[in-house]
Ligand binder design. Structure first.
Ligand SMILES: Cc1ncc(COP(=O)(O)O)c(C=O)c1O
Length: 404
């Protein structure tokens, strides 16, 4: 075994995440480690909370990051909010809705679900009906379902939950930093996200925010949260300077700080617009190549595009050729969509026109070699048209096809 520094291949990560990390964030990762109780480090944590409030559009006091990936945020929220036998209604329209159902069940909740076919959002009327019938304490929903590429509208679900006094939990792992998400305006009670997608940092932290009502439910618990490590009350105690809970990774905190600085420098809305413009350009390009998109048109996410593998094409061979011949990673389908769709992320640092143009040309080349006829150059031309029209309709940086 050669004992020298690991040097990974140069990859363009256009799967469902992680995305490539912004160079400034990579630099932050080599900052010297501070102790997790150093006053300078604790100050940085409180400043991260402030930046997360800007990113989440919230004044929630309990706004911080859980150590661990998006799944840690999901488990922390589910285990801290659920008391044994609480009824929880989970909206399931894909793999991550199903995952959340299982997580709440393991936390001792009595789980009921409202389901929708993969590729569609959950129907808010179905949710309202189920809330009336089952009177849950918590309603949980995935904002951006990464397995299908569907954006779930939240307003009506929020209204139905509020009428019946239920808390609304939102999985924003794929939407945070890339898709409009305004926690206070929407009145969301508990939201968790990740760092490796639209934020442009490495995986390893899960930003969370909790409303006053969610905090009250945690503080009124009759039994302690089963998980010590993921107990949001204990975690907030540490973040707010009340002493040791666990040895937080200073390195990942530096990365999160830098990624949030980049987000706030760019502007939260400008970043949403960038993701929208680049994602729509990709989608136009794919359609111009004769490919069919999977997610229902009105609910298509800009940050994660799902594409049907054309009849007669081996989807896995296409993915391998993109990786081996072009160094580009795209994602495969999950579960029932395995071998039927590709999942292409344009997130964070990768939400750039040049990324989309490169992917479209590489995909055109690979598809031609695999015997699928693609009109030459049509994908790139269609994508460029969307990008240029988006410039005209008021992009902040009309001349450049690059981000800083
Ligand atoms: C919607 C959604 N929820 C939860 C998760 C789990 O996050 P992680 O893999 O960061 O633990 C993912 C991961 O991609 C996701 O897309």
């Amino acid at each position: 075994m050669p004992l020298h520094a690991f040097s990974p291949a140069d990859r363009l990560l256009l799967g469902p995440g992680p995305a490539n990390v912004h160079p400034r964030v990579l630099r932050a990762l080599s900052t010297p480690v501070l102790g997790h109780l150093d006053p300078q480090f604790l100050l940085l944590l409180s400043q991260i909370s402030d930046l997360l409030r800007i990113a989440y559009r919230t004044r929630n006091e309990w706004t911080f990051a859980v150590s661990g990936t998006g799944s840690a945020g999901m488990e922390a929220v589910a285990s801290s909010l659920t008391e044994p036998q609480d009824r929880v209604l989970v909206c399931v329209a894909g793999y991550f809705g199903a995952r959340m159902q299982e997580v709440f069940r393991r936390c001792g909740a009595e789980v009921v679900t409202v389901d929708a076919p993969w590729g569609q959002p959950v129907d808010p009327e179905d949710v309202a009906r189920a809330i009336r019938k089952t009177a849950p304490r918590i309603v949980a929903v995935v904002h951006a379902e990464t397995s299908t590429g569907v954006l779930q509208p939240l307003e009506e679900i929020r209204a139905a939950a509020r009428t019946h006094g239920a808390l609304l939990v939102v999985d924003a792992v794929t939407s945070f930093g890339g898709v409009p998400l305004e926690v206070d305006r929407l009145g969301l009670d508990a939201v968790f996200a990740c760092t490796q997608k639209c934020l442009g940092a490495p995986p390893g932290m899960s930003p969370v925010t909790l409303s006053e009502a969610a905090v009250r439910k945690i503080q009124a618990r009759r039994v302690p949260v089963q998980s010590y490590y993921l107990d949001l009350g204990l975690l907030w105690g540490y973040w707010s300077g009340n002493g040791y809970h666990h040895t937080m990774s200073a390195t990942l905190i530096y990365a999160l700080w830098e990624a949030l600085c980049l987000l706030v420098e760019e502007g939260v809305e400008a970043r949403w617009t960038r993701h929208e413009r680049v994602g729509r350009a990709l989608q136009a390009g794919l359609e111009a190549m004769g490919l069919a998109l999977f997610a229902a048109e009105a609910y298509r996410l800009p940050v994660l595009t799902t594409v049907r593998v054309p009849e007669g094409v081996d989807g896995e061979r296409v993915r391998s050729r993109l990786l081996e011949e072009f160094g580009i990673e795209i994602g495969a389908g999950f579960g029932e969509l395995r071998n039927h769709i590709w999942r292409i992320g344009t997130m964070g640092y990768n939400a750039q026109p040049r990324t989309v143009l490169l992917l479209l040309s590489a995909l055109e080349t690979v598809l031609q070699k695999e015997g699928f006829r693609v009109p030459q150059g049509a994908g790139v031309a269609a994508a460029l048209e969307v990008l240029e029209n988006a410039h005209e309709s008021g992009s902040r940086n009309p001349k450049s096809l690059l981000i800083r």
